[in-house]
Design a protein around this ligand. Structure first.
Ligand code: AKB
Length: 315
């Protein structure tokens, strides 16, 4: 069993992935880390600023880490507020993880990429794996470069780096921060609170999305797949479902008929318009058996059930 380090464990995916890996391997085998102390710390935890390679190396040596999930990054919308700073952080943290891993015998790395790698050159319907990449955001540019660096480290040094191009991830367990797809989490919270939701995208802006449970399962299945099955060493297209703000609002209205949505598009509309509407993930399906379970209706039911529970416990 490989001992794992999660960098960015306090984020939207990290929070849930840590728990999922601990459920499989045991608390002691999964080291959480984040830029700052986290609440509810159980099991091993370390503060790591991933721009500091020495600190990553220190933790890797201390726990004899064999597997790193590098989840820390500045996302699409926040990245546009500070393009050069975002490039520096997203690339430096990746290089640090790759170099520390290479120098210290870490065997496997998970690197999240994103649908943000795609831009205006692609067919937006069922976007193929091997499309030309001309991303519109600095986040997308950093992920497109990062995917190629992942492949370079595999080809040049044999480092087993694996990656997924996540769509927008939606879950009740944690909140996203600074992305263009964040509205699709926020909308459920507003529905539970009985508030009107003001959406920063236009009503018919369709984007690829995935439910958290599927996103976590995809990550774990990719990491557990036999090495010879991983034939894409940049990053795998990954799909769950696709919908627009109007469609997610209608699915919520089936449970909360009085729920209201208004539209006040901002700079994120332009980012969303440059992204695919749906994704062809047939390579992931063929190489390591990927198959999503949730669609919009089943996700809405599960989100509302779990958020209601969470809100009632908090009262
Ligand atoms: C974002 O909106 O920036 C992210 C992503 C799709 O990578 N959720």
């Amino acid at each position: 069993m490989a001992r794992s380090l999660i960098i960015g464990a306090g984020g939207q995916l990290g929070t849930v992935l840590t728990q999922a890996l601990r459920d499989i391997h045991g608390n002691d085998q999964v080291v959480r880390s984040d830029m700052r102390e986290l609440d509810n710390i159980t099991g091993p935890f370390e503060v790591i600023d991933a721009t500091d390679a020495d600190r990553i190396a220190e933790v890797v040596k201390k726990y004899e880490i064999e597997e790193i999930y590098h989840l820390a990054a500045i996302l699409s919308a926040n990245g546009e507020k500070n393009p050069l700073g975002t490039w520096d952080i997203n690339m430096k943290t990746l290089f640090n993880v790759l170099e520390v891993s290479r120098m210290n015998g870490v065997k496997k790395i998970f690197y999240p990429s994103s649908i943000a790698v795609f831009g205006s050159e692609v067919n937006q319907q069922n976007t193929p794996q091997s499309s030309f990449l001309n991303p519109s955001t600095v986040y997308g540019i950093s992920k497109a470069a990062g995917e190629n660096w992942a492949q370079y480290y595999f080809q040049r040094y044999g480092l087993d780096v694996r990656s997924l191009r996540y769509p927008g991830v939606i879950g009740y367990q944690s909140l996203p921060g600074g992305g263009t797809t964040d509205y699709a989490v926020d909308i459920y919270h507003k529905a539970i609170e009985g508030a009107t939701f003001s959406c920063f995208l236009e009503e018919n802006t369709t984007l690829p999305m995935i439910y958290m449970e599927d996103a976590i399962r995809a990550t774990i299945e990719l990491m557990q797949a036999p090495k010879e099955n991983i034939k894409t060493r940049t990053s795998y297209n990954l799909a769950g479902m696709s919908f627009s703000p109007k469609e997610i609002a209608s699915s919520i209205q089936k449970i909360y008929p009085d729920f209201e949505i208004t539209y006040e598009p901002d700079f994120r509309q332009q980012i969303a318009a440059s992204w695919p509407q749906s994704i062809d993930d047939s390579r992931a399906k063929g190489d390591w058996g990927w198959n999503p379970k949730f669609n919009l209706e089943s996700m809405t039911e599960d989100m509302i059930k779990n958020l209601k529970l969470k809100y009632s416990k908090a009262e």
